[in-house]
Write a protein that binds this ligand. Structure first.
Ligand code: SAM
Length: 288
């Protein structure tokens, strides 16, 4: 079977079906076999693996996954791609297509009903306009996932893997690192897509932790503290937390920070996950 990951085949099949790219759906199709291979290798797919792919497009990545994995379920929102996918994936008996919006589908039910493994691999060249919402859904719903391997916008990948202190470190870094260990697999130029996106991309893997990286007694409160600290990232921690939505007076914030041994003049952007957890756990004991 010819590789779909080439400008020639991609254009041919698009023309054959009269398909028009929908910019709003983040449709940039991969046309480079080497990058495709890097994604599949980075995902570490074996014959035992069951894979969820988000946004198969014309089935380029799906075909490669199906050649190696035990089973692939691919969720595609765009109905116009279904006839193309029926052609490109028709010969793979281990692929199932679901038409729908990944943000609205009951992923827990899908995973429990359609897969037998409890360490599913998610692999995707994600639509960039909703990358963060998709990743947060996959993480927050605590789905039975072992690893997420995704192509995303370079800047977003940098924010996900940033360490405390830098300009990229923010609420997204804390949220991703709370649930997973991120590591970069490859940097990808815009030239390997049709049409070309305006940004460079990165393939990143998120290895899901068996339990969150830090122990928190109240997860909602932990993320409230994180959001308050980064909402005013130029302010000192005491100012950011006392003017945020926590509803706690400035002097009380000073007391809490003293109790957990954190200098109140520090900025939120310098705090480790453990330090955020210490603050949230202390607030939880005293105020909730
Ligand atoms: N996997 C293909 C590839 O690598 O060439 C296509 C990747 S393209 C960047 C993103 C795909 O996600 C498109 O096919 C788009 O229609 C689909 N998509 C966009 N929003 C979606 C959503 N909410 N749920 C499911 N699929 C979506």
């Amino acid at each position: 079977m010819a590789h779909l990951a080439s400008p020639k085949y991609t254009q041919e099949i698009i023309k054959k079906y009269g398909f028009h790219f929908n910019k709003k759906l983040g449709q940039n199709f991969l046309i480079d076999q080497n990058i495709l291979q890097k994604i599949v290798d980075g995902a570490g797919i074996t014959q035992e693996d069951e894979v969820l792919e988000i946004g198969p497009g014309i089935g380029t990545l799906t075909q490669e996954l199906a050649k190696t994995a035990k089973k692939v379920i691919a969720i595609e929102i765009d109905q116009h791609l279904l006839p193309i996918l029926q052609e490109t994936l028709g010969n793979f008996k281990n692929v199932e297509l679901i038409q729908g919006d990944v943000l609205k589908l009951p992923l827990m039910d899908i995973m429990y009903n359609k897969f037998s493994n409890r360490k599913i691999k998610v692999v995707a060249n994600l639509p960039y306009y909703i990358t963060t919402s998709i990743v947060m859904k996959l993480l927050e719903e605590e789905l039975p996932i072992g690893r997420i391997t995704i192509m995303i916008q370079k800047e977003v990948a940098e924010r996900m893997s940033a360490a405390p202190g830098g300009k990229d470190y923010g609420a997204l870094s804390v949220a991703v690192q709370f649930y997973a260990t991120p590591y970069k697999i490859a940097t990808v130029p815009a030239s390997v897509f049709i049409p070309r996106p305006k940004v460079d991309s990165v393939v990143i893997a998120l290895d899901i932790l068996d339990k969150p990286r830090v122990e928190v007694s109240n997860r909602k409160l932990f993320f409230q503290v994180v959001r308050a600290a980064f909402a005013k990232r130029r302010k000192t921690l005491v100012n950011a937390l006392s003017t945020g939505n926590l509803g706690i007076e400035k002097q009380e914030i000073v007391n809490i920070l003293n109790q957990v041994g954190i200098d109140s003049k520090r900025r939120g952007e310098t705090l480790s996950l453990k330090e955020f957890a210490d603050i949230a756990n202390d607030i939880d004991i005293q105020y909730k």
